[in-house]
Design a protein around this ligand. Structure first.
Ligand code: SAH
Ligand code: SF4
Ligand code: F3S
Length: 454
């Protein structure tokens, strides 16, 4: 009997998946896990013991793309320990670079595009017989619109208390700096009933918070259901505790969506509203379709209704032709809006985009100086804003226990602040009421209110 068991163990194949980039890629990697489980693979966190390694890649900036090639360099050595090891590259770099990845990295056995993760079983069969495969063909739009996961959700570790749920795929905006429309294709909205079915599955698997994903979530439209209607339908689901979404585009943020923050119980009072630049001339050259004036109006739509709502944003410094004065306008916007957090990036020229052709590229040195100034300014704002929160009562969704700190739990407020709670005996997945008692650079410190688990 024992002998049989050990034989079975020998035959369990192991896959190691490394995910780069955004939440959409994390979501796709979760799907890959499910697809591969059906093919008898178990997940390993150690590349050394894997039979199959998949890199789910990102090409948003050059640095992200380079990471993939240096990772492939490291992984190549593993093939000398395990000649049966197969290596695959998926995601946005795969979609962009296609067969040139196979040429550049001879250790790669297969390349698959952003639409092809459900083709993995077929691809794996082919590579087992020694073929090299590049499958980056887009699926027909109808297939994506009707897409519903064909696997059953199980209570596995990969489905935690916080889940992502993609409602659209691709993007039609063609911002002049951005590679995503070419790596993910044009925008397609999934059918509302499929989204609802997936949300119900997630809730019954233990999810307490669902974050809707899309490159421009608030342009969602399928079967006469717009984004706000979809939010209403999701909010009304039994046991939907917390609902979030990323990323809305400022051009599509309207009164109805602002009202939804007031009317929908589960919708958390936080919005990530990407600004990119504080200069109207640069915004125009970025093809963002709003001005600073309209951006401020949008911010006020939310803040007039919910003054405590939190806001985060994305900013790019050193876009081609950005002058010192135009960079100052971004600094001014940050000081005026007082975001609760910012994600700021040095402009990176990307293949196939409009802005790569612009002359007046800004030097690396100036980009670094601007980024540093921006981050320093934001750090001061965060410190001031965090101090204001001391003494306030917040609802926290407990995400994890901190092993190194005794009885300290971590979680997030509805406004998305990270909070460490001292001496708290609640469980992961519970919602607890806490009082904020201090702040660190990147998080708040809290103590539980008594009898507060609800
Ligand atoms: N769809 C989302 C953004 C996806 S990319 C939106 O429109 O907000 C995430 C962020 O990466 C962008 O908001 C932008 O700030 C940044 N980014 C995209 N392309 C970039 C580039 N070429 N160089 C630097 N930052 C970039
Ligand atoms: Fe890229 Fe712009 Fe689309 Fe966002 S909205 S994914 S930045 S093209
Ligand atoms: Fe990167 Fe693709 Fe996401 S380029 S940011 S992984 S959509």
């Amino acid at each position: 009997m024992e002998k049989n068991n050990s034989k079975n163990i020998e035959h369990v194949k192991k896959v190691y998946i490394k995910t780069f980039g955004c939440q959409m890629n994390e979501y796709d990697s979760e799907k890959m896990v499910e697809v591969l489980k059906k093919e008898n693979y178990s997940i390993t966190n150690h590349s050394i013991e894997a039979d199959l390694i998949i890199l789910n890649t990102c090409s948003i900036r050059e640095k992200a793309e380079n990471k993939v090639y240096s990772e492939l360099g490291r992984l190549r050595k593993l093939k000398s320990y395990n000649p049966n090891l197969k290596i695959g590259v998926g995601g946005c770099v795969a979609q962009q670079e296609k067969t040139s990845i196979l040429r550049r990295s001879t250790s790669v056995d297969f390349v698959f595009g952003t639409d092809n993760l459900f083709d993995l079983p077929e691809i794996i069969k082919k590579i087992t017989s020694g073929q090299k495969i590049c499958q980056t063909k887009r699926h027909p739009r109808q297939k994506i619109r009707n897409f519903i996961p064909d696997y059953t959700f199980k209570k596995t570790k990969s489905f935690g208390i916080k889940s992502f749920l993609a409602i659209t795929k691709g993007c039609n905006n063609n911002c002049s700096f951005c590679v995503v429309p070419s790596t993910r294709g044009g925008e397609v909205s999934r059918e509302p009933e499929n989204i609802i079915a997936e949300a119900k599955n997630l809730i019954s698997s233990g999810s307490k918070e669902i974050c809707l994903l899309g490159q421009n979530v608030n342009s969602y439209n399928a079967k006469d259901t717009n984004f706000v209607e979809l939010l209403k339908n999701l909010d009304s689901l039994k046991n939907m505790e917390r609902l979030r979404f990323i990323s809305p585009h400022p051009k599509d943020f309207n009164n109805d969506l602002a009202d939804a923050f007031v009317n929908l119980k589960s919708l958390c009072e936080h919005m990530h509203l990407p600004l990119q630049s504080g200069s109207n001339r640069i915004l125009n050259r970025m093809r963002r379709w709003y001005t600073m004036e309209t951006f401020y109006e949008k911010v006020n739509l939310l803040r007039d209704r919910i003054p405590t709502a939190t806001l985060s944003t994305d900013l790019i410094v050193g876009f081609p032709g950005e002058t010192d004065e135009e960079f100052e306008m971004t600094m001014e916007a940050v000081r005026k809006v007082r975001f609760d957090s910012i994600f700021s990036f040095k402009y990176s020229p990307r293949p196939g985009t409009q802005a790569i052709k612009y002359t007046e590229q800004i030097s690396e040195n100036i980009k670094s100086q601007r980024l540093k100034k921006l981050i320093e300014t934001q750090e001061k704002i965060i410190l001031e804003k965090n101090n204001i929160l001391i003494g306030s009562v917040q609802e926290i969704l407990i995400e994890r226990e901190n092993n190194n700190l005794e009885k300290t739990l971590s979680g997030r407020t509805r406004g998305n602040h990270m909070v460490n709670i001292e001496n708290c005996d609640a469980n992961v997945g519970e919602l607890v009421q806490v009082k904020i008692i201090g702040t660190n650079k990147n998080s708040l410190i809290a103590k539980p209110l008594s009898n507060n688990v609800f």
